[in-house]
Design a protein around this ligand. Structure first.
Ligand SMILES: Nc1ncnc2c1ncn2[C@@H]1O[C@H](COP(=O)(O)OP(=O)(O)O)[C@@H](O)[C@H]1O
Ligand SMILES: [Mg+2]
Length: 286
């Protein structure tokens, strides 16, 4: 069965995208899993990290992004979404990573979010606005061992489309007050949503990212999270704040890294993501 996990936090800049990509690349490159990254964030960071800006622009101009899937739902008489053309196979700029695919995002998702609520009903093909993604990727989802969904920093309709196909979700956070502030709301909202649609969406856990060991604030918030967050237990592995992790976001054509260690950093950074991925795999199948 395909394991589908959403990565979500109401705060931006907390490491959602970086975690999504690192874990996806390790699942594919180290554990030989077939992995699909779905980029639902209009910021398109995951997309650009995996295929670069140039390729993204080309896809966007040709309607080959997930925006088109949602536009089709709003305007079903002029369908243009082409799954085969939109699905980007064997992405990633690491030679070792051969089984990682991507469904790219587009800036247009911002406008679509609001229009989705107005999907015409009454037509026989009318569909629920939270069911668009599930229907759209139905033909391919079974091909994957893991699907990771990089969600936008809100709980709007686009995010609900991602949660709708997820068995679980992960909350990456910087261990500071503003980044952790929305966590109870995420957990409560996803819980309500899951009851409403009659499907389990479990909190897999909280990831401490961009951790700075020399900050007493970080240390204190980590302790509190570990002690109090029973609904979404904190993963043992903490991702440190490191320049090389930030640099891994850059997609420089035609440069390719030969190994994941080279890309993410050999002074413990790769090892942290590797340990984290092992924990995620363990919890996801439990
Ligand atoms: N562990 C880390 N160390 C240093 N920089 C990081 C780390 N994780 C993420 N970053 C950087 O922080 C910024 C925000 O991360 P990102 O993954 O894009 O967050 P989000 O998706 O939650 O907005 C990016 O510039 C990214 O490169
Ligand atoms: Mg992001």
């Amino acid at each position: 069965m395909t394991i589908v996990i959403s990565l979500i936090n109401l705060k931006g800049g907390v490491g959602k995208t970086t975690t999504t990509i690192a874990v996806a690349e390790i699942l594919a490159g180290v554990f030989c899993q077939k992995v699909l990254v779905i980029d639902l964030d209009p910021q398109t960071n995951a997309t650009v990290m995996l295929i670069g800006e140039e390729k993204w622009e080309e896809l966007n101009e040709n309607y080959h992004t997930l925006s088109q899937l949602f536009i089709d739902a709003i305007d079903p008489d002029n369908r243009k979404f082409d799954l085969a053309q939109t699905l980007q196979r064997q992405v990633s700029n690491v030679t070792d990573v051969e089984t990682l695919d991507l469904l790219p995002s587009s800036l247009d998702l911002v406008d679509i979010q609001y229009k989705l609520a107005t999907i015409p009903t009454g037509k026989f093909y009318a569909l629920s606005p939270i069911d668009v993604l599930r229907r759209g990727i139905k033909p391919i989802i079974d091909q994957y061992d893991y699907v990771l969904i990089d969600c936008p920093p809100n709980l709007g309709i686009i995010t609900l489309n991602g949660l709708q196909i997820s068995q679980s979700y992960i909350i990456p956070t910087i261990p500071d007050l503003l980044s952790t502030y929305g966590i109870p709301q995420v957990i409560a909202t996803v819980h309500d949503f899951s009851e409403t649609i009659g499907q389990k969406i479990e909190p897999l856990g909280i990831i401490i990212s961009k951790y700075q060991a020399d900050m007493t604030l970080h240390e204190r918030v980590v302790k509190e999270l570990r002690r109090y967050s029973k609904d979404a237990p904190v993963f043992d592995t903490q991702i440190p704040q490191r320049q090389q992790i930030a640099e891994a976001a850059e997609f420089l054509k035609p440069h390719k890294f030969s190994t994941l260690k080279q890309k993410w950093g050999s002074v413990g950074q790769f090892q942290s993501y590797l340990n984290l991925t092992k924990e995620i795999m363990k919890r996801a199948v439990a």
